[in-house]
Design a protein around this ligand. Structure first.
Ligand SMILES: Cc1cc2nc3c(=O)[nH]c(=O)nc-3n(C[C@H](O)[C@H](O)[C@H](O)COP(=O)(O)OP(=O)(O)OC[C@H]3O[C@@H](n4cnc5c(N)ncnc54)[C@H](O)[C@@H]3O)c2cc1C
Length: 385
């Protein structure tokens, strides 16, 4: 990741030290047996989030003034990359740091930043964002959850589903309609703090085909009252614009995870085929294996170059929606293709859950669906043509 700074610069050295500290933390706190236990239990323990907060990894790019570590997007990228390399999808730091906390940073009032950012940075609060509903995913304009004015606040009614960190979250950004007649302009974002929200209920933790350690849940809002101070920003009806403004970075974050996983799959597979034998030679010695891996390595290199360029654009504030959509769509498709090839080269072992490549195969599938399905990415790209 040092390539994200001028080689030999103080910043490159600082990023290297940061990456070392992330690696040390994950080696110590997330050994393979603990990761396996998280998969069995369907959740990462809260204490792990708290430790990550103590180490300054949560909200690492939030300014020190609000309790963050004062880093920038590069620090988030390093953290997200290392987590993705170790199959710790259950620790949804990409969502906490890369999606939800930035809503408060970018759209919160000064009072809201002072109220919530310190707890989002020190691990007291785990974040979630609740947009999807049982009947609405891609087509956000048609959400049914409502927020009606009531005294000095709003009453929220509705149901959300597929919510990452749903069981753990103490800070939930909820998309709701403040006006049912206004389409996009009728959507607002509210902060619901479950501890103080009567009528809020967590539903089932959903069983998934992959990312088993990630808590993905249903949430119910039954006449939940929140004060006006919990409306994100200063006025109603800005929710969709607030979401859209943050989407390029969110999509890039998914691409960062996908790239880390496909690179890891390649490394694992190259090592595997150099030890496994068939017909008196290593699997690696078959020309088919070499060609498949040569193709995968080439595409992974192209993809890395594009991704790093997108990260530089994001840092410069010039990353266009369409470029971010291209990165999300193309790198997650590549992730699926490369991991599939890698699994094939593992033979039956690849199909076993005890083998990493099999687990990666399951975990990778969701990248093409969430954060905006890849078809939506193509639609966005096509609109710019
Ligand atoms: C593990 C996991 C975690 C998630 N975490 C969260 C979360 O934290 N918060 C949250 O709010 N949501 C979350 N989601 C939901 C996710 O964001 C949605 O799944 C996604 O937005 C797609 O919506 P949908 O599943 O309702 O698909 P639908 O909107 O029903 O679409 C189904 C399929 O139809 C096709 N399609 C849809 N629209 C178009 C179109 N315009 N053109 C062409 N094809 C189209 C696509 O192939 C799409 O995959 C999560 C989902 C999963 C699986």
């Amino acid at each position: 990741m040092q390539e994200l700074a001028e080689p030999g610069s103080v910043l490159a050295e600082e990023l290297r030290m940061f990456e070392d500290s992330v690696v040390r933390f994950l080696d110590h706190e997330a050994p393979p047996e603990r990761i396996a236990a998280w998969r069995r239990e369907g959740q990462v323990e809260r204490s792990f989030w708290a430790k990550a907060g103590e180490q300054g990894f949560l909200g690492v790019s939030v300014s020190a003034e609000y309790g963050g570590a004062g880093g920038d997007f590069r620090h988030d990228v390093i953290l997200i990359d290392q987590v993705a390399r170790r199959e710790i999808a259950g620790f949804a730091v990409a969502l906490h740091n890369g999606v939800v906390t930035p809503y408060v940073v970018a759209h919160g009032t000064e009072e809201q930043k002072r109220r919530w950012l310190p707890s989002l940075c020190n691990g007291k609060m785990v974040a979630a964002v609740a947009m999807s509903e049982p009947d609405v995913g891609s087509d956000l304009r048609n959400i049914r959850t409502t927020a009606r004015r009531d005294g000095e606040g709003y009453r929220i009614n509705g149901q959300k589903t597929f919510i990452t960190n749903g069981q753990l979250a103490d800070f939930i950004v909820v998309a709701a309609k403040t006006s049912v007649h206004e389409g996009a302009k009728g959507i607002s974002l509210f902060i619901v703090e479950p501890e103080t929200a009567d009528g809020f209920r967590r539903g089932r933790k959903l069983e998934k085909i992959g990312c088993e350690a990630q808590d993905t849940s249903e949430l119910f809002f039954d006449d939940v009252w929140v004060p006006s101070a919990n409306l994100l920003g200063i006025e109603e009806g800005r929710g969709l614009r607030q979401l859209m403004a943050e989407l390029p970075r969110e999509r890039l974050v998914i691409a960062v995870q996908a790239q880390a996983m496909l690179e890891t799959a390649l490394e694992e597979t190259i090592a595997y085929v150099k030890t496994r034998k068939a017909f008196g030679q290593h699997i690696f010695d078959f020309q088919n294996t070499q060609f498949k891996l040569a193709e995968a390595k080439t595409e992974a290199t192209i993809s890395r170059t594009f991704l790093n360029d997108c990260i530089r654009q994001a840092l410069a504030g010039t990353l266009a929606d369409t470029t971010a959509a291209m990165a999300k769509y193309w790198i997650t498709e590549l992730q699926g293709r490369i991991i599939d090839v890698c699994l094939q080269l593992h033979g039956a072992y690849g199909y076993m859950s005890e083998y990493r490549i099999g687990r990666m195969y399951k975990d990778a599938r969701v990248s093409r669906i969430y954060g905006g399905a890849n078809e939506i990415m193509k639609m966005l790209i096509a609109r710019s043509l």
